[in-house]
Design a protein around this ligand. Structure first.
Ligand code: NAD
Ligand code: ZN
Ligand code: ZN
Length: 235
């Protein structure tokens, strides 16, 4: 919508035509691909037989056209689409992180497990506000607890690479989200999205600290799942 394309146009852009659908079920609606979409919702119009099933161009997974449109409509409609089977991302995925600030600087101390380098400290600050259309309860306030949140990375080559990709993730609104905190149970609040951060500096009492030898690779993997790869850090 934001990019001036209808949901149907967005979905069509990523699809190839399928002449004869395979004898399989659509994994979105669980109905056979040879029959109509099981999705019956508002705004679902009739589609011609020729475009009732499509194949996602990159990964090859097939779905009812209307099921993909319904899935797109349930998301934040940013012009991107993610295959529900293999998670391949078409277009640029963005999130619903509220407005705020991300800052970072180097501090002259070493993290446990990284004795040979200094430390990057990232400071995220997000104030409370009112939920937008992209949030669970538009028009309702959301809270923002524990900000500014301080996070740490080793100031190594790999740590700096992760930082570059986190800056991309921030611009794409993928670091935080609005929802229910699994730690506190509070709803309508700012929560971490699916990219793990280390918020403890000198020890690891919370499990969100150092040492943690796999941390940087885990974060790179989590960023990849959001569609952010090393190519994105080369700007
Ligand atoms: P959440 O509890 O819904 O968890 C989402 C993800 O963030 C999970 O993967 C979880 O492992 C991770 N996570 C949880 N606690 C973390 C932490 N301390 N450091 C790094 N990652 C963490 O997400 P949330 O509600 O955004 O996170 C809870 C954390 O937020 C608290 O531990 C605290 O640091 C902060 N917080 C502070 C206050 C406060 O009043 N000071 C209130 C609420 C939350
Ligand atoms: Zn379907
Ligand atoms: Zn796929």
């Amino acid at each position: 919508v934001r990019k001036g394309k209808t949901p149907e146009e967005v979905v069509k852009k990523y699809l190839q035509k399928v002449k004869s659908p395979p004898e399989e079920d659509c994994t979105i609606c669980m109905e056979p691909l040879g029959g109509p979409s099981g999705y019956k919702g508002p705004g679902v119009g009739p589609v011609s037989r020729a475009e009732s099933v499509g194949r996602l161009a990159q990964c090859g997974h097939q779905y009812h056209f209307q099921c993909l449109v319904a899935m797109y409509n349930n998301g934040n409609k940013d012009g991107s689409l993610q295959c529900p089977t293999c998670k391949t991302i078409y277009g640029v995925k963005t999130g619903n992180q509220p407005a705020g600030k991300m800052e970072y600087h180097v501090i002259p101390h070493s993290l446990p497990g990284h004795p040979d380098c200094k430390t990057i400290r990232i400071i995220y600050n997000i104030p409370p506000g009112i939920q937008g259309l992209e949030h669970p309860n538009p028009g309702k306030p959301f809270t923002a607890r524990g900000f500014p949140r301080h996070c740490y990375l080793p100031d190594s080559d790999k740590g700096r690479k992760v930082l570059r990709l986190l800056l991309v993730a921030w611009d794409r609104r993928l670091i935080f989200s609005v929802g229910t905190s699994s730690t506190t149970g509070e709803s309508d609040t700012v929560i971490w999205n699916e990219v793990h951060h280390k918020t403890e500096f000198g020890s690891n009492l919370t499990g969100h600290g150092f040492p943690d030898p796999g941390h940087l690779d885990n974060v790179l993997e989590e960023l990849r799942a959001q569609g952010i790869t090393e190519d994105d850090g080369l700007m």
